[in-house]
Design a binder for this molecule. Structure first.
Ligand code: MLT
Ligand code: ZN
Length: 482
């Protein structure tokens, strides 16, 4: 599109939207790249509406003018879903100026918030009402609840509370033709036909824009205990999970696996975050227990878990955090893995899920297969063992000396994906557990889905977005949409 056409489109947009519209190259820049800097696009402008009515007016205008709509929250996504393509004929609709808490109902245990509120903002509003909103991610200070729902984010407490979808009771959506669907129902039971809410959750902005949501709240636990256990391998970690689940029941709120390579990367990138053990161990488990009674009760239960683990040779060492600061320090080891990995250099990332019972075999066999076929790499394996979700990443064994080194490494992506994703499929797993498909995993997902499933998805997309303006190029490949 030439400058004159872009100018007249923007002039026309101004007739329906008089809110904040960023057009200056410098102002627009942060919205054009994804967090991992794997994708870069172009946009006509960035609109920052402050109301659902304004979002609807913008989408109606986009529909009339065949301009693509790319909804964006905190821009912390992992799969490039919120980055515009490079056509230049799209408008980024940033929801961050819509961040109101519309209602808190402590009897119904729900909170209704606008899409642009940060996840930490939702947690804070819940805490102010003496309730817990349990979705928890490393990026919670900047990711937004609209983005969390659109990607069906997971994080570290899915084991107990479920992912974003399971925490959502209702949504308000601006449809592809600019209508507003108010589905903000705070109901735990609602069997009135097709579940439209669940179509928009996880759709990554390809069917409509989530502008607000009604979410579940929970009681705040009386005490939280965090521990890090050194374990010989993921197999022992899995056995420890069973013990912890039997002893702690629903009080077990996190069970995260880390390989020693992860802690090495973290220690290098964040010198204040060192492994709390004198000796390194091949793997570690970070456990969290949220106790409804007291800290003493939690400690007692935790101790029982750890005694059984030591007796059975499942753990070789453990530290239990005895203060909030200590607990934060243990969590920092886990939450900084992604940033530490990025600081080392680009990696070939996987966000896979397999049945929990298959996870130890999967790690052992697939790590060996990748290591033998691709010399010069090292596995960076961590994630949400309690959910069967691993970040099964493949990194260069040494830092890239040049841009060519990096390109040579990234050129192996397709071959490495094939080994990893074929193994995932053979285990009955998913190639995208909590990060969404975006562009990064769009074609891979289509490869492993059956023709029937793809055709159903295609039909849903074409019915809800007949002009194909909602976040084009994401979730479904053009080859499927035809
Ligand atoms: C995590 O579990 O730390 C996140 O999903 C981030 C990542 O995979 O990089
Ligand atoms: Zn994760």
């Amino acid at each position: 599109m030439n400058e004159t056409e872009a100018g007249s489109l923007l002039e026309s947009l101004r007739t329906v939207f008089d809110g904040r519209l960023l057009t200056d190259a410098h102002d627009v820049e942060p919205f054009l790249n994804d967090w991992r800097r794997r994708y870069r696009g172009r946009t006509l402008a960035v609109a920052q509406p402050t109301s659902t009515a304004a979002v609807a007016a913008i989408v109606r205008w986009c529909s009339a003018n065949r301009v693509a709509v790319v909804a964006q929250g905190g821009n912390t996504g992992m799969s490039g879903a919120a980055t515009p393509d490079d056509s230049g004929r799209s408008l980024v609709v940033s929801l961050t100026q819509m961040s109101a808490v519309r209602a808190v109902d402590t009897v119904n245990n729900t909170i209704t918030v606008e899409a642009g509120l940060t996840l930490a903002g939702v947690q804070d509003a819940a805490r102010a009402a003496d309730r817990l909103f349990p979705l928890s991610l490393a990026s919670e200070g900047s990711c937004t609840i609209g983005g969390n729902l659109s990607t069906n984010a997971g994080g570290c407490q899915v084991l107990r509370y479920g992912n974003a979808r399971e925490l959502c009771l209702g949504v308000e959506v601006v449809t592809a033709d600019g209508e507003v669907w108010n589905g903000l129902r705070g109901l735990r039971k609602d069997n009135t036909g097709y579940d439209l809410r669940d179509l928009f959750v996880g759709a990554e902005g390809t069917l409509g824009i989530i502008t607000a949501a009604t979410l579940k709240l929970f009681p705040q636990p009386a005490a939280r205990l965090t521990a890090l256990a050194a374990v010989p391998s993921p197999r022992e970690a899995l056995a420890l999970l069973q013990i912890a689940q039997l002893e702690l029941g629903s009080s077990l709120t996190a069970f995260e696996l880390l390989s020693d390579v992860c802690l090495e990367l973290v220690a290098e990138a964040f010198p204040q975050c060192q492994r709390p053990f004198a000796e390194a161990s091949p793997s570690y488990v970070l456990l969290e227990c949220s106790d409804p009674e007291s800290e003493a009760h939690a400690s007692e239960r935790f101790e029982r878990v750890m005694m059984q683990a030591f007796d059975a040779g499942l753990a070789t060492d453990a530290v239990v955090a005895d203060s909030i600061a200590r607990s934060k320090a243990l969590w920092a080891l886990r939450e900084n893995v992604s940033a530490a990995e990025a600081a080392f250099g680009k990696a070939i990332k996987h966000d896979i899920a397999v049945p929990i019972s298959a996870i130890a075999d999967f790690i052992e066999a697939t790590s060996a297969a990748v290591e033998s076929r691709f010399p010069g790499i090292r596995m960076v394996v961590f994630g949400h063992l309690g959910d069967g979700n691993l970040h099964f990443n493949v990194a260069s064994a040494t830092r890239f000396g040049s841009a060519q080194d990096e390109s040579r490494f990234l050129a192996m992506q397709e071959d490495i994906n094939r080994v990893v994703h074929d193994a995932v499929a053979a285990s009955g797993g998913s190639i995208s557990a909590e990060h969404g498909l975006g562009v990064l995993r769009r074609d891979e997902s289509a490869r492993y889905k059956s023709p029937v499933e793809l055709e159903l998805m295609r039909r849903i997309k074409t019915v809800l977005d007949p002009l194909g303006i909602m976040n084009p190029g994401k979730v479904l490949p053009p080859s499927v949409l035809g």
